[in-house]
Design a protein around this ligand. Structure first.
Ligand code: CP3
Length: 339
């Protein structure tokens, strides 16, 4: 029996919205912090399939979420393309050398880096019940490219946006390379047991309209078409964070099955603007969850009511913050499941 999350992604409205949270495995959980300290670092954890499967399952055990998202990172793709990757404590990711300084051809692919990730999916699938949906993911080409070009998180993604204007052919080659390897990676995750896929385009929001068409809609459409040709039954959730008014075009043109909504969107607007019957996911503000209080319940009800006539997966509008109290997550779940 497929669980309620997978049913929702296939277009069937559930009486109680299934729920999972982006970044649900992570630093707000003491059991995560403990295992991370034991393994010595984030990448050590990702590439240790036994530990990564344990971290994937931790939030399911504690909260009974309807989906388990593979514990990995969108930057494993650049690592497998041959770019150096480090996560320095408190500093975020560093990739080197950057695609400002060298060409893709200077990298030596290391696709064997995907193998432990596939093994994490297999191990997790064995540890969760059939009603919990196993979610795989990848970063979308634009978002991954912003890190490969700048070498780290960058203000307004300026280095990548400048490259896209100055040398669109170079940017196209980078996106095409990311598309090709990501399709292979996602097929591998599905073959290992992922039942649905999310494409994270976390920095989609910084692009001008024509640029959004070229670097967000087109690459996500290509990945979706490729996956549909080999794995037509696996739903794809597109999450173009910050897309705003460009969201309906993204929903119509990419071919994704469901749309992740960030917290800046009015759910009533989203319902009125997206294709009828298309499943949506979101969009509770992660900072309201961190802050807590009676607003939690009110906001949960506003979101659920807005999507009364549409398949809806309850989630945050972005990843859960590391300082979020666990009791607030419990309150959120109570509000969703009790409403
Ligand atoms: O959602 C999950 O629980 C699954 C695992 C997951 C992680 N990262 C684990 C992680 C997923 C799906 C991601 C996606 C990801 N990674 C995105 C897209 C979604 C988003 O949040 O916008 C992006 C942009 C990244 C890149 C990345 N990874 C950054 C910028 C950082 C540093 C900032 C931070 O939050 O620490 C990471 C590190 C990272 N990825 C952590 C986790 C649990 C924290 C690492 C640690 O334990 O120190």
């Amino acid at each position: 029996m497929p669980g309620p999350l997978l049913e929702t992604l296939k277009g069937s409205k559930q009486e109680i919205a299934p729920v999972w949270l982006m970044r649900q495995a992570g630093r707000y959980l003491p059991e995560y912090r403990e295992l991370r300290a034991e393994k010595g670092g984030f990448l050590e954890l990702v590439y240790d399939s036994e530990a990564a499967a344990e971290v994937t399952v931790q939030p399911i055990r504690r909260f009974g979420f309807d989906g388990a998202i593979l514990f990995s990172d969108i930057l494993i793709v650049p690592h497998a393309m041959g770019q150096g990757l480090e996560f320095l404590a408190g500093e975020g990711p560093h990739l080197s050398p950057t695609l400002r300084d060298v060409d893709l051809a200077d990298f030596t692919q290391a696709k064997e880096r995907f193998d432990p990730v596939y093994e994490t999916v297999r191990r997790t699938r064995q540890q969760i019940s059939d009603s919990v949906t196993m979610l795989g993911f990848a970063g979308s080409p634009w978002t991954v490219a912003t890190y490969m070009i700048a070498g780290q998180g960058s203000k307004n993604q300026e280095p990548a946006r400048l490259m896209a204007y100055r040398d669109p052919a170079r940017m196209q080659a980078i996106c095409d390379a990311i598309i090709e390897i990501s399709v292979e990676y996602l097929r591998g995750q599905i073959d290992a047991g992922a039942e649905a896929i999310q494409l994270f385009d976390s920095w989609a929001g910084s692009l001008a309209p024509d640029e959004f068409e070229r670097w967000v809609i087109a690459p996500n459409a290509k990945i979706t078409a490729e996956l549909k040709s080999s794995h037509p039954g696996t739903p794809i959730i597109g999450f173009p964070k910050g897309a705003g008014a460009k969201l309906p075009a993204y929903a119509r043109e990419t071919g994704v099955d469901a749309i992740g909504l960030d917290e800046t969107l009015d759910p009533a607007w989203a319902h009125a603007s997206l294709p009828e019957g298309m499943p949506v996911q979101g969009n509770f503000d992660p900072l309201l969850l961190e802050a807590g209080g009676p607003e939690i319940k009110k906001r949960v009800h506003t979101i659920i009511e807005a999507f009364e006539d549409r398949p809806h997966i309850f989630n945050l509008g972005h990843g859960i913050g590391q300082f979020t109290p666990i009791e607030h997550v419990e309150e959120l779940l109570e509000a969703v499941r009790g409403s």
